[in-house]
Design a protein around this ligand. Sequence first.
Ligand code: 5GP
Ligand code: ZN
Length: 113
Amino acid sequence: MEDCIFCKIRKGEIPSQKVYEDDAMMIIKDIDPKAKNHFLCIPKNHFKLLSEMTEEDAAQLARCFKTIPALEKELGLEGGYRLIVNQGDNAGQSVFHLHIHILSGQKMGWTPA
Ligand code: 5GP
Ligand code: ZN
């Protein structure tokens, strides 16, 4: 947890471009965007995998899924968007604090590679 980039961003120890924050989550711009529009929705609780979620973690994650569509206009998601949660090695998870990628701003293909 101490070495976690997203916990450090939450505490303001690492700068980020924050576009939304409340008691359950923050939404920031991805530092290395994989689509024209790429945000990360990060629950405030630190947990790595869906399989490790507590009930409280699950409630925060539910809040994230409820809040993202409420921000469609603000985040420029009106044309459609894709949510991705990378889990573990095969998915290439690189930050071990669960987060939801929000990709938009362009048409997207459908290949796992
Ligand atoms: P993952 O590979 O774990 O699903 O996604 C981690 C994401 O976090 C990557 O898209 C990466 O670009 C992003 N990221 C890594 N470090 C930072 C950072 O310091 N600031 C921001 N804004 N994004 C980061
Ligand atoms: Zn963390």
